[in-house]
Design a protein around this ligand. Structure first.
Ligand code: PEP
Ligand code: MG
Length: 750
């Protein structure tokens, strides 16, 4: 159909859009689709003349800060300035071409743009790009000009709308990175973007080189200091994440590369950008995902060096140290962004990207800072905006309404008070009001997070995720290194049981230095399957575990993702082998109790057949929910459907509890379900008497156990069986918690 005939329909549909922003996006999408072209973008002129990318189909919009072309720069700047359209092929060879890194423009071989003009003034530019080198036809040019005129009308009051939009309350759904509720002001961690630096000729190469050497020295010292500080607060293990940064900073390729770029005529920031861009591109192009991911470290260091340089010029925009509480916001808040602030200043962390197993999430958990990750790169949170990080529900509230803020403040206050009030419960047993004793264990995975569990009065570790120490290293730890870690963990919980889960990698827990490429990793080479196929790794781990507790008084071995009988048999053979080897070497070791995680649905039906091969079982409700519901536990798009209170999950866990009872197998639940008070009621109702919870939630769950009787829990379970949805069930259980006066629950959770 002739393009021009499409115009009325596009204009009409755009007019019906609910907001100016969606009107603009609709037009941009329609142009891209109808012409068709590969990219259609709208730039608007800001007060200082910069051209800001406000909508695009095909270009990356940039993360929190957005993409901004300096006034008068590039082809877009030229169209705005001259108020004339451009229609050309091979734009990169045009004298006005300006390469804007990070938005992926380099691939396009044609560029056409029309100015948006209002009252004679340029207010923006509408641009299209194609991968092919092709000029727009007359008809296409007319189409673009007409829609450009339409857009000029829509965006006339853009700044006002933006301001109104920015102040509007918003809720972004993401993933829980570290539990808790944090309330503070947004502090953007990405304001110094080295990649936005424009090439500028240097005036004083010698001075720049001297300044560069000093800069490098200063940043190296800063990173080493952060590492030292973290080493004090946390374990050497977390601080080791910084070793990678120090190694990069010490790399002669970086120092001499920048010097050479300065000697070649660039000023210091553009020389730095040039070198960092070069290395970042090199890493980006690598096949190995671990090495590819290093490009983020390189960019982070580049920004870090650039920020230090800006700070020296007095232009750095860092927040005063005493100011807080802060919510760090960034596309990927880095480990050093966190380390750079005193813990007491940190109220929360929000990452636009990232998974709940990222280094950021691990560090946030260890520090007890609530974190939500993966809210989506399309969401911008303005610097200094009021933010509530509700990591318990995996959501971020920006500019919340006063009533909502008030409610959350009450909740956070109550959480604090509750913790204070619960301090005296530390050494009290978790006993229901009708005298049923419940064992409360803790989940752990870093040396750094051992003490919160001990302080909370945990009766042992119900799940130690051994893959986490593997994930924060550069390669597989040796038997001796593992021995050190395991001894430390077992030693910290003297006399108490420690359930060490053997390496559970693959799926959502990739090992950076052992990439596994699969179409469907959640159903792939992971957990016990991986361990059995890589038996030397398993053997090394088992030897280290057995040596760490030779009398097996505390050690329990937990197997992840078991789904078949032969997996258990093969494991027992390797365990027997490890015991025999060690005994032959003169180490007196005992066979520890062995259990499986029930987290693959097949394990539920197979459980009765595993009698005699198991000493205990532990329900991994996180994966069990994922596999029962066919909902990826890390996919924000389907996060609403991922709920351990889904009636199907509850019914299956009841089945497991009944089966374990019949088999007289000790049963524990170590997934997040145990840390959720509403779900914990149901587990008590099912007869579960051992829960492994997060250290932060342990006091809450103990409080709950000490205020509930098993008959009520069983009655609630009975009622739950009739509930049609997870939401209805949660609301019902929350009503009960409110009646109990459980201080950690609120209407805001519904
Ligand atoms: C689970 O799946 O419930 C579990 C505890 O293991 P992870 O979260 O480490 O997969
Ligand atoms: Mg699991």
């Amino acid at each position: 159909m002739a393009l021009i005939l499409e115009l009325p329909r596009i204009v009409q549909t755009a007019a019906e859009a609910e907001s100016p922003a969606s009107q603009v996006q609709y037009i941009v999408d329609a142009i891209q689709r109808e012409m068709p072209v590969d990219v259609c973008s709208l730039y608007l002129r800001s007060d200082n003349g910069d051209m800001v990318l406000v909508a695009s189909h095909g270009l990356s919009m940039g993360a929190a800060g957005g993409t901004r072309l300096p006034a008068g720069r590039g082809l877009v700047g030229r169209v705005a300035q001259t108020r004339h359209p451009l229609n050309l092929v091979e734009p990169a060879s045009h004298p006005d071409y300006y390469h804007f890194p990070g938005i992926g423009e380099d691939r396009f071989h044609s560029f056409s743009a029309v100015p948006l003009v209002r009252a004679g003034e340029s207010i923006g530019v509408l641009a299209v790009q194609c991968l092919q080198a092709r000029l727009l036809s007359f008809e296409e040019q007319a189409f673009l000009v007409t829609l450009g005129a339409q857009l000029a009308l829509v965006v006339a009051n853009w700044a006002d709308w933006q301001a109104a939009d920015n102040a509007a309350p918003r809720i972004y759904k993401g993933l829980r990175g570290a539990p808790g509720i944090g309330i503070g002001r947004a502090c953007l961690c990405e304001e110094q973007d080295l990649m936005a630096v424009i090439d500028t000729p240097g005036q004083d190469p010698e001075g720049d080189i001297a300044q560069w050497r000093e800069l490098l020295r200063q940043v190296r010292a800063d990173v080493a200091e952060e590492q030292r500080l973290l080493g004090q607060d946390l374990s050497a293990e977390v601080a080791a994440i910084f070793d990678a940064y120090l190694m990069l900073l010490a790399d002669p390729a970086l120092s001499s590369g920048v010097e050479r770029a300065i000697e070649a005529g660039r000023d210091l920031p553009s020389a730095l950008r040039h070198v960092i861009q070069h290395y970042s591109d090199l890493f980006m192009a690598m096949d190995d995902p671990y090495l590819r991911a290093r490009h983020e470290d390189i960019r982070h260091l580049g920004n870090r060096l650039y920020s230090a340089w800006r700070g020296r010029d007095g232009a750095g925009a860092t927040r005063a140290p005493g100011e807080g509480p802060l919510v760090l916001v960034g596309s990927a808040v880095s480990v050093s962004d966190i380390a750079a602030r005193p813990r007491e200043q940190l109220a929360g962390i929000v990452c636009l990207q990232g998974s709940s197993m990222s280094h950021t999430a691990i560090l946030a958990s260890a520090l007890g800072v609530p974190a939500v990750v993966g809210i989506g790169s399309g969401h911008a949170i303005e610097d200094n905006a009021a933010v509530i990080v509700d990591a318990n529900l995996g959501q971020v509230l920006v500019n919340p309404a006063p009533a909502v803020s008030q409610e959350y403040r009450r909740l956070a206050r109550e959480e604090r008070v509750l913790r204070g009030r619960l301090a005296h419960l530390r050494d009290q047993p978790a006993v229901t009001t009708d005298g049923e004793r419940v064992t409360l264990l803790v989940n752990s995975g870093l040396l750094a997070d051992l003490s919160p569990g001990i302080e909370a009065g945990a009766e042992g570790i119900g799940l130690y995720r051994t893959e986490i120490p593997f994930m924060v290293r550069e390669g597989f730890p040796s038997e001796e290194e593992q021995l050190d870690i395991y001894r430390h963990v077992i030693g910290a919980y003297q006399g108490k049981p420690v359930h060490m889960r053997v390496l559970d990698i693959g799926g959502d827990k990739p090992l950076p230095y052992f990439p596994i490429r699969e179409d469907n990793p959640a159903l792939g080479w992971r957990g016990i399957r991986f361990c059995l196929d890589n038996s030397p790794l398993l053997m090394t781990q088992l030897r280290a575990l057995l040596r760490a507790d030779p009398g097996a008084g505390q050690l329990r071995i937990l197997l992840p993702m078991v789904s078949a009988t032969d997996e258990l048999q093969r494991f027992h053979e390797i365990l027997a082998d490890a015991l025999a080897q060690l005994r032959a070497e003169g180490v007196a070791v005992e066979r520890p109790p062995v259990g499986v995680m029930i987290e693959v649905p097949a394990a539920i039906s197979m459980l009765p057949r595993w009698r005699g091969q198991l000493d205990f079982v532990s329900v991994g409700s996180n994966d069990l929910s994922q596999y029962l519901l066919a909902v990826d536990r890390n996919n924000p798009r389907v996060a609403a459907a991922y709920d351990h209170l889904n009636p199907a999950v509850v019914l299956e866990i009841e089945r497991i509890a009944a089966c374990a009872r019949d088999l007289a197998l000790p049963l524990s639940v170590c997934g997040e379900m145990s840390s959720d008070p509403a779900a914990a009621i149901l587990l008590l109702g099912m007869g579960v008497r051992s829960l492994s919870v997060s250290a932060a939630q342990l006091p809450h769950i103990k409080w709950l156990i000490r205020h509930i009787d098993c008959a009520s829990a069983a009655a609630l379970l009975e009622q739950a069986r009739a509930m049609p949805t997870a939401a209805a069930l949660r609301a019902h259980l929350h009503d009960y918690l409110e009646q109990l006066d459980f201080p950690g629950v609120s209407r805001a959770d519904h």
